[in-house]
Design a binder for this molecule. Structure first.
Ligand SMILES: Cc1ncc(COP(=O)(O)O)c(C=O)c1O
Length: 381
């Protein structure tokens, strides 16, 4: 199913369970290819059951799910939203689109997550939300973050693009705040090419989310027979994906155990096999605090210097192995300057210059992983 015939080792290679085409044909034959069809509903029920969330709604991307969060929270001009400096643009952009000012928080040097100790200083009377990112699927310090947010009456949103099926103190990520989002982009553990989900834990937000999802109409209530026609009742957009994507996604979700087990093995092998090398060259491997379980989404290395990081990427590329850096800190982006002079985020800057991600995908075979490990071990900055 998964072609490993090329000699180079890519950074990512989509994994297929083998059921995708069968389910997609079923969706087409069933005559419901538009959104909110039987496969979409099966995926949503799966996520609700597995994550213990009150409501899951598939979206066309995690970006769209974040935009729904901004709409649901009535974010608008004059509002401030705190986001980590080290994240993907969508975490901030979804709120900037509504006219809010993103306020960038630096990250912790260990988990690379938003530094909860910096939040108090960033909160103002205008702060409406704190968006946290569980980087690499390792939970943020959620107890402290929720406590700070609650004491100021601020809503927390979990951008859980990386952390599906990870947990914090035994509770699934995505179930810890009133709103959370998921990504099913091709690079994620579970994928349908492009896709996402909005997870709702505050029941008071579900009714309006259904309306925003369906272009601002009360179509969901109409289909449940609660109203005799549907009409325009609020703002909204077309956030729901075709049921063909739901079919693709279900074929992946049903293989959750297989996917996660394999990724855990790959992650642990990198961690064990690279520990000595890291000690010798002054590189740092990922840190997973004991009170949380990760999602095995990514394996990164933090090199001692930017030159060593760039050198290792080039060294691997010469061996036909693709490793990649990650986010450029948002606080130093051209767009950030439009919102005023952000406070510097030195940890985000330093990590951005020194981090690289090794090839990591469900179908990564032992021999190819051996090649990556040997190549990394042969590098001495
Ligand atoms: C933290 C984070 N949030 C949001 C996104 C956007 O996800 P999507 O491509 O599904 O819109 C990404 C992309 O990888 C991400 O890393």
């Amino acid at each position: 199913m998964n072609d490993n015939s090329t000699n180079g080792i890519p950074f990512n290679r989509p994994w297929l369970s083998g059921k995708e085409l069968e389910y997609i044909s079923e969706a087409i034959r069933g005559g419901h290819a538009s959104g909110n069809g039987p496969f979409t509903r099966r995926c949503q029920r799966f996520l609700e059951r597995e994550l213990g969330v009150k409501k899951a709604m598939l979206t066309t991307s995690c970006t769209d799910a974040l935009e729904m969060c901004a709409l649901l929270l009535d974010i608008g001009p004059g509002d401030e939203v705190i986001v980590p400096a080290y994240t993907f643009v969508s975490t901030a952009n979804a709120f900037a689109l509504r006219g809010a000012r993103p306020v960038f928080a630096d990250i912790r040097p260990d988990t690379l997550n938003i530094d909860e100790a910096r939040l108090e200083k960033l909160i103002t009377a205008r702060t409406r939300a704190i968006v946290v990112v569980h980087y690499a699927g390792v939970a943020c310090e959620m107890d402290a973050i929720m406590q700070t947010a609650q004491s100021h009456d601020i809503t927390v949103v979990e951008d859980n693009a990386h952390g599906l099926f990870a947990s914090y103190h035994g509770r699934p990520l995505g179930s810890l705040a009133p709103l959370a989002t998921l990504s099913f982009h091709e690079t994620k553990n579970i994928s349908c090419g492009e896709g996402g989900a909005l997870l709702i834990n505050d029941p008071g937000l579900i009714g309006r989310a259904e309306i925003l999802w369906e272009k601002g109409t009360n179509r969901a209530r109409f289909f449940r027979g609660e109203v005799d026609r549907y009409t325009w009742v609020d703002i909204g957009s077309s956030f729901l994906p075709s049921d063909l994507l739901g079919a693709f996604l279900l074929a992946q979700l049903e293989n959750k155990e297989r996917i996660q087990t394999r990724r855990k093995e790959i992650w642990e092998r990198y961690h064990t096999e690279l520990a000595d090398w890291a000690g010798h060259v002054g590189a740092r491997l990922p840190v997973i605090p004991e009170d949380r379980q990760q999602s095995w989404h990514m394996f990164y290395l933090i090199m001692p210097t930017a030159a060593a990081r760039d050198g290792l990427i080039a060294h691997l590329r010469n061996r036909d192995i693709l490793s990649v850096f990650h986010y450029t800190p948002l606080d130093s982006s051209p767009m950030a300057r439009r919102f005023g002079q952000p406070a510097p985020c030195p940890n985000a800057q330093s990590i951005s210059e020194r981090l690289l991600r090794l090839p990591f995908y469900t179908g990564l075979g032992k021999e190819d992983q051996d090649r990556v490990i040997e190549a990394v071990r042969a590098f001495h900055p």
